[in-house]
Design a binder for this molecule. Sequence first.
Ligand SMILES: Cc1cc2nc3c(=O)[nH]c(=O)nc-3n(C[C@H](O)[C@H](O)[C@H](O)COP(=O)(O)OP(=O)(O)OC[C@H]3O[C@@H](n4cnc5c(N)ncnc54)[C@H](O)[C@@H]3O)c2cc1C
Length: 455
Amino acid sequence: MSQVGNRAVVIGGSIAGVFAARVLAESYREVVVVDRDVVLGVREARRGAPHTRHAHGLHARGHLIVEELFPGITDELIEAGIPTGDLGEMRWYFNGRKLKPARTGLISVTAPRPVLEEHVRARVAALPQVVFWQGWDVLGLLSTKDRGRVTGVKLQQGADPETYRELEADVVVDAAGRGSRTPAWLAELGYARPAEERVKVGLAYTTRHYRTRPEMFGGVQSINPVASPAHPRGAFFGQVGRDICILSLTGVLGDYPPTEPGAFLEFVRTLPVPDVYEGVKDAEPLDDPVSFRFPASVRRRYERLAGFPAGLLVMGDAYCSFNPVYGQGMSVAAVEAMTLRRHLRLGAAVESGPFMSDVARVIDTPWDISAGGDLDFPGVEGRRTLKVLVGNAYMARLQYAASKDAKVTDGFMRVAGLMDPPQALMRPAMAWRVLRHALRRPAPGPSWLGTEATA
Ligand SMILES: Cc1cc2nc3c(=O)[nH]c(=O)nc-3n(C[C@H](O)[C@H](O)[C@H](O)COP(=O)(O)OP(=O)(O)OC[C@H]3O[C@@H](n4cnc5c(N)ncnc54)[C@H](O)[C@@H]3O)c2cc1C
C-alpha cells in the first residue's frame, strides 16, 4: 500500500473512529485516535457513549466488513461467549405478526455493543501505526492562514487548560458521533454550516439485563416485536452472552418506557405479543432499567456545501445518525470505512469533496429506509412524498406476506441487513409473492391483551 501522509488524527475512539483508524493505518505512518474517555480495555457503556448500553445488533453487511478488516474476529467473539445466529431465524414480529423464519445465511452478531467495540478496538490498538490518546478532548481545528486546509487539532486533557496543546496532522477525521462540533468549527473557519435534515421520532430505549433461562427464548437467539404504527411499543430481547440477555424496550413520540421496575414490566406486558413478558416476568434481573432518549434522526448535508476545507473528513454518526430501531449505524460506519479505504488506495491525500459526496451516497439508502419508515407513524412530522407513501404501503404488505412465506422473509432480511437495495423487494418474483398475500391481508390484529391496534 502506498503511503499518503505522515500523521492522521481521528476524533473519537468509538466504532466509526476505530474502523477509520484501521484503514488509515494502511496509508499513514502514524494514526492518533483521540477520545475524551478512557476507551482501551473498557467493556461497558462509558460517559462519551451512553447509548452503547442498549441493544445493538451488527447487521450482515457490517459483519462481513468487520470480518474482512479483522479476520477471525467472529470466531474470537464466539469463543468469548457471544451468540451469533441467522438473522432470518430470529423471532421477528411486525404488526404483531410473526415472520416465517428463513435460513438466510446472513450472520447477526449480538454482542453487547461495548464488548464488540472493544474486540475491534483491541485489534486496532495492536497495529504498530496506531496510538490512542485517551482522556483528551478535541477543542477545535488548526488550519492554514487562508483556512483552506485543516492542519491538525487543538486539545486538552479533561477540563485542565494547563494541558492545552496542538497536534499537527495531514488529515483529521471527525468520528465524534452525533455531538460532533464540526458544524461550529466550520463556522469559526468562515465556512457555512451544513444543512440538517431532522426526522423527529421522540424515541426512547429503556434497557434491563436478566439472567438467561433456556425456556425464555424457545431455541431462538432473540425475540423482536418491532414497533409499527398499529403497535408503536416495541422491544429487542436477545441473548448477549453465555447466560445474560438484554431487553431494550422502545417507545415513540414521547411514549417513553419507564425505568421504575414495576412500570417497566407493565410496559413489557403491553407489547403486542406475550413472548417477552412470559420470558421476563419471573426472571432474575441483573441491573436496574436505564433509559436513553433519541429525539430525532439527523442527517447533515456536508456534501452540499459550496466550500469545505481540505484535510478534514467526517464519518459515522457525526455525518448522519439514524433512528436506531433499524440497527444501521455501525454497519453504515463500516461501509464508510471501506469508502475511505477506496479513496486512500488512489495513492494520494483523500480529497474532502469527493469523499464527502461518496459517503452521502452510502447514507442515501439507509436514510430512505429509516426516515421513510418513521414517516409511516402519523405523529411523525415530515413531507410524505409519493415515494414514501407507496414504499410504506408496500412494506406493510410485504411484512404481512413474510408472515406466510419464508422466501419473503429472506428478501426482507437481505434489505434490512443492508445486503441488497430496497429495489430488490420490487422485482417481479418478489412482488408476486407479496401481492398474492396482500389481497387477503387483514387489518393489524389486536394485541394479545385484546387491546385494539391504533391503526
Ligand atoms: C439506543 C441505540 C441503539 C442502537 N442500536 C444499534 C444497532 O442495533 N445496530 C447498529 O448498527 N447501530 C445501532 N445504533 C447506532 C450506533 O450506536 C451508532 O451509529 C454508533 O455508535 C456511531 O458510532 P460513532 O463512532 O460514529 O459515534 P459514537 O459511538 O457516538 O462515538 C463518538 C466518540 O467520540 C468521542 N468524542 C466525542 N467528542 C469528542 C471530542 N471533542 N474529543 C474527543 N473525543 C470525543 C466520544 O467519547 C465517543 O467515544 C444505536 C444507537 C442508539 C442510540
